[in-house]
Design a protein around this ligand. Structure first.
Ligand code: HPA
Length: 266
């Protein structure tokens, strides 16, 4: 089913609610879905081309409504490259978001931190990224549009709005670079030392393919990492997905406040 048909079907369900911004929620961050006003949920199962399998800590629904007065389409779950080896797994959802009328997408993730001043429970504003996966969601895409300009792919105006929002609620939001590795194994300590040398501040297994696709589709992007652990070799605590979900829950209140404060600045 084409993205336009999906958007028409979604519009029927929502009585044509407008959509200005998409919001993709990372592992353990789906609590934000409870804060959507005038919400209509459409399960991914009813949307061909949307991810079905899923990872624990995600909620596979698209919820359309408003948050802080902004018309949002919130993706409660995403598909990761490591689930199936397809880097373009979020293409249909992003195309649908565009067909719904959105101009921008906010991507969020749970991530490991490479910086002592970004401890678990803190958030980072993604100002650039490193694609270290060795792949791209645009491999096989025909035509010259595939040569996407990635300078300022984290939109300077949206980044500025995020900084203003953080200042408004007194959150010390640091800028940083997010590194995408395929996973699903976590990194080795040697890989983390390499990433530090390369200039990474957080590391994770998502987000970057969505940002590449969003830029390809002409959607502006902004992104946040929610730190759930210090990266491999940086702390005595073992890194587990359970820990990711635990810290995502502990920091949910501040993460949600930050996203709402950002939306108020738009
Ligand atoms: N590495 C990769 N992905 C992650 C991590 C990590 O340390 N924490 C949460 N997602």
């Amino acid at each position: 089913m084409s993205a336009v048909t999906l958007a028409i079907n979604i519009n029927k369900r929502t009585d044509d609610k407008p959509v200005d911004m998409g919001l993709i929620l990372g592992s353990g961050l789906s609590g934000l879905m409870d804060l959507i006003d005038d919400a209509t949920a459409v399960p991914y199962d009813e949307l061909p081309g949307f991810p079905h399998a899923g990872v624990s800590g995600h909620s596979p629904n698209l919820v359309i409504g408003t948050m802080e007065g902004v018309n949002v389409a919130v993706f409660g779950g995403r598909s990761h490259y490591y689930e199936h080896g397809k880097a373009d797994a979020m293409r249909v959802p992003l195309e649908t978001l565009k067909a719904l009328g959105a101009k921008a997408v906010c991507v969020t993730n749970s991530a490991g931190s490479l910086r002592e001043d970004l401890p678990p429970g803190s958030q980072m504003l993604i100002t650039d990224h490193l694609n270290l996966s060795g792949t791209s969601p645009l491999i096989g895409e025909p035509g010259d549009a595939r040569f996407v300009d990635m300078v300022d792919c984290y939109d300077p105006e949206l980044v500025a709005a995020a900084r203003r929002g953080a200042a408004e609620i007194g959150v010390d939001l640091k800028d940083g670079v997010y590194a995408w590795l395929s996973g699903p194994a976590f990194e080795t300590p040697a890989e983390i030392r390499m990433l530090k040398t390369l200039g990474a501040d957080t590391v994770g297994m998502s987000t970057v393919p969505e940002v590449i696709l969003a830029r390809f589709l002409g959607l502006k992007t902004v992104g946040f990492s929610n730190v759930t652990n210090m990266a491999a070799g940086m702390s005595a605590t073992a890194i587990t997905h359970a820990q990711t979900k635990e810290w995502a829950a502990k920091s949910a209140a501040q993460f949600q406040a930050l996203i709402k404060a950002f939306l108020r600045q738009l």
